[in-house]
Design a protein around this ligand. Structure first.
Ligand code: G6P
Length: 489
């Protein structure tokens, strides 16, 4: 990362993602209130001091009028953000439809929508058209702001068509693409009617990155089996052009969490929580309310644990924070009612007049409350059915320096590859196994917990989000230099 000479101007980095890291609320005709949300990607880029980064993405709101668009563009410019304006129909077909109802479940091994097959197939084509149209709109904004030498880093499954749109207009643009979800086995990917178009477009990028080696391998197999291309140890070769494919596991800004624990308000919060749950072990789940997170399965495993271990019934509590997400998609609405029903049933079954075994919260917590919660947790229960990485597991570890609690982690989360040795790995579909792991975690001796925690803490504090971003961007620059050398030879 030290590659840049201090005297040279910083290299510009255009980060393109479906969502800007900002929530925008309209205050009036031409005024907006903006709030920055510091997710993994934002903190990663804040740490990239040697690059001059700006964001391009959808602001997450419908702004049909020019006055509103101009005002929002101006307000966002101060945060180094550039909006892409998507109309309501495009959002419906591209974001709710193709991204979240088709690619998202498929890439997480949940299949394609099954009901009403014929109409699904028909709407599939119009959703794919909207997806391509939306990707082209992102590309247009990138081209408008592009300056020679810029690096363009495209993110996630929303923008698989973007590398192609960018290179078609200007083959000199340096393009990287990173997938934050799993890339599934080629046998799953080949179910997609648009399987070839998406692969070919991603291959237009110079560097393609995934969280794990397995996802990278699946991608290369899909290109060899579905497109008939040549896979090499470096990536995929297509008509003499090599697209480099590699694994870049993301991390978190661990210092931010560790520092937060020292703040007086977080300490107060920790004290309150300890008093509130005195005499009980605290188990914690923090997830977006998404099918891939395996929340119903997790709660059923907790029920099985309580059923089999009556001595624990008034000594343990499960706090499940389920942050609502993609609420316009019917599958997500169904999931929400399903979870409420199961929680209600279990609390009715095992609750007393003074306490319930499950506290289920349908909202997000602010950063400080979340840190306090992580710090008082005895057992974190992360049982995703599939998950690209899962950074909640990293955040939990970062906040556990004094408690040294146990991490129960799904073997289907990317994080299982990095934190596996410091966690109890489970198959979330096996409810009995998860229930047994809960028992094992609650009864684990302190020295064993300490050893597992140390392993994880070391990993989380050394493999940070900043390091991830710096490595990806420097690999992208190197890949391009190597390609230029190859063509000169
Ligand atoms: C996953 C995706 C992200 C996405 C996030 C929240 O982590 O990989 O790209 O931003 O979920 O989902 P949303 O649909 O609300 O942006």
């Amino acid at each position: 990362h030290e590659r840049q000479d201090q005297r040279l101007p910083k290299q510009r980095l255009l980060v393109v993602a479906n969502r800007l890291p900002v929530s925008a609320v309209r205050q009036g005709k031409d005024s907006w209130q903006l709030e920055i949300s510091v997710g993994g990607l934002v903190s990663a880029l804040l740490g990239l001091k040697e690059f001059d980064a700006r964001w391009i993405g959808w602001a997450g709101v419908n702004v049909p009028d020019e006055i509103g668009q101009e005002a929002l563009t101006k307000a966002l410019a101060e945060k180094k953000c550039i909006p892409v304006f998507l109309d309501e129909d495009t959002v419906h077909q591209y974001y709710n439809g193709y991204c979240n109802n088709i690619i998202w479940p498929l890439f997480h091994y949940l299949g394609l929508p099954q009901e009403d097959r014929l109409s699904t197939t028909r709407s599939f084509q119009s959703q794919f058209d909207a997806y391509k149209k939306a990707n082209q709109m992102f590309a247009d904004v990138v081209h408008e702001h592009y300056e020679e030498g810029d690096v363009v880093w495209c993110h996630d499954y929303h923008l698989m068509f973007l590398p192609k749109c960018l290179k078609e207009k200007n083959s000199n643009i340096k393009v990287g693409w990173f997938l934050h979800t799993p890339f599934p086995s080629s046998e799953i990917h080949r179910m997609l009617p648009s399987r070839r178009d998406l692969l070919e477009s991603v291959l237009a990028a110079d560097l393609v990155g995934f969280h794990t080696y397995d996802y990278a391998r699946h991608f290369v197999s899909a290109c060899t089996r579905i497109l008939g291309l040549e896979g090499t140890p470096e990536g995929v070769e297509n008509q003499g052009k090599l697209t480099r494919v590699a694994a870049f596991p993301i991390g978190i800004d661990s210092d931010r969490f560790i520092r937060a624990l020292e703040l007086p308000q977080v300490q107060d919060h920790i004290k309150e929580l300890k008093e509130r749950f005195a005499g009980r072990k605290v188990m914690l789940g923090v997830d977006r309310l998404d099918m891939i997170k395996g929340i119903p399965q997790k709660i059923l495993a907790f029920e099985e644990f309580l059923e089999e271990n009556p001595e624990w019934r008034d000594k343990v509590v499960l706090l499940q924070i389920a942050v609502p997400t993609r609420t316009d998609v019917p599958e997500y609405q169904k999931l929400s009612s399903q979870v409420h029903e199961i929680v209600g049933r279990i609390n009715g079954r095992f609750g007393t007049l003074t306490a319930v075994p499950i506290h289920h919260l349908d909202r997000s917590l602010d950063f400080h409350a979340l840190c306090a919660l992580y710090a008082v947790t005895d057992v974190a229960l992360i049982t995703s059915l599939r998950d690209g990485m899962n950074l909640v597991s990293y955040e939990f570890v970062a906040c556990q320096a004094s408690k040294k609690g146990v991490l129960i982690l799904s073997e289907f989360a990317g994080a299982a590859q990095s934190l596996g040795a410091g966690a109890l790995l489970v198959n979330p579909w096996n409810i009995a196994e998860v229930a047994a792991s809960i028992s094992q975690a609650l009864n684990m001796p302190a020295d064993e917990r300490e050893k597992m925690h140390q392993h994880n803490f070391m990993h989380v504090t050394t493999h940070t989000s900043q390091e991830w971003a710096a490595t990806f961007v420097s690999e992208l620059n190197d890949t391009i230099i190597e390609a230029q050398l190859r063509t000169r030879q």
